[in-house]
Design a protein around this ligand. Sequence first.
Ligand code: SF4
Length: 377
Amino acid sequence: MASTAPFSRRKTRTVHVGPVPMGGDHPVSVQSMTTTYTRQSRATLAQIGRLADAGCDIVRVAVPAPPDAAALSKIAAASPLPVVADIHFTTGLALKALEAGVAKIRLNPGNIDDPDGLRRVLALAAEREVPIRLGVNSGSVRPVRGEGGGAGSGAGGGEDLAGLMVEVLADWIETAEAEGFRDLVLSAKASDVPTTIAASRRLAEVTDLPLHLGITAAGPMEEARTRSGIVLGTLLAEGIGDTIRVSLTGDPVEEVRIGREILAELGLAPRGGVRIISCPTCGRCRVDLVRLTEEVKRRTADIRAPLTVAVMGCIVNGPGEAREADVGIAAARGRGVLFRHGRPLSELKEADLLEALLDEIRSLAESRPRQFDWPRT
Ligand code: SF4
């Protein structure tokens, strides 16, 4: 599939997160966060390895206490991905993380109130050429501004909360830039879609700093996929966003898969693997298309060559609607047509359709370059 982005990207400043450039014309990077106790370095590194295999570009780890900070030097040295230390409440842990050699720090302006400590962090980060993400969440800006309450609880969280998050960030940007520190990345996340979109749009209007996109506390897999798809899809299609994180309650590897999927569907990243187009079925369908589609998905999950496969329920619209597919089938009563790029190759009995389609997919996949490694420029 073509990797040309159909959307023009907002021009942002470039910062370097270890070897990964962020902003400017560089590809939108995919991030995730480990769910292990960071102080358990072996388990954390094992999970980072799985995230790297799934196509993650940058990994964040929680640093809630000194034993977690103490594990960072080992983790940063052995990690295949640049490591970001996630810091809340205390600047002391940020200093320790910088000394340990992390590639980036995330600070939450909503819960850190230590101007002297912040200046020390900025100075050490500048000395080590480590960027800092100023990341506010809706849940932490309200108490800081004395308005009470927590995260935006619904679709109406809205403009005021978005404005408040941007205001908090603006104060911190001013402080950092007054200290001569420019390697900043910003994020403003809420747990509802409208607030998160509004906040990122405002940030894009008022600054040229790279933006990290995501929705916070996005929920279990299905909810997270929907909410992240809307937030990231909307903003990236407007050219906003330099790095993304899909958050979900579950295996972080799924965050990476969904993030990659979103970028590929937008044409902002190359696709690795089989993309299935299948029809929703209707009264014309005379085969068990749901089972057929599930089988195609299951049995092609290991393929890394970029291929589009169509599984269509009838020959009335099937081949035409799936003309862009590399290979596909259009079923009929008890039979089906195997086609490639919209041209029929053979007519087969229903019982033979699945294997014939899989044979065709595998032979096409072998003729294409495999994409086990996602580009990490
Ligand atoms: Fe219905 Fe055929 Fe369209 Fe599938 S491809 S939804 S069966 S008309």
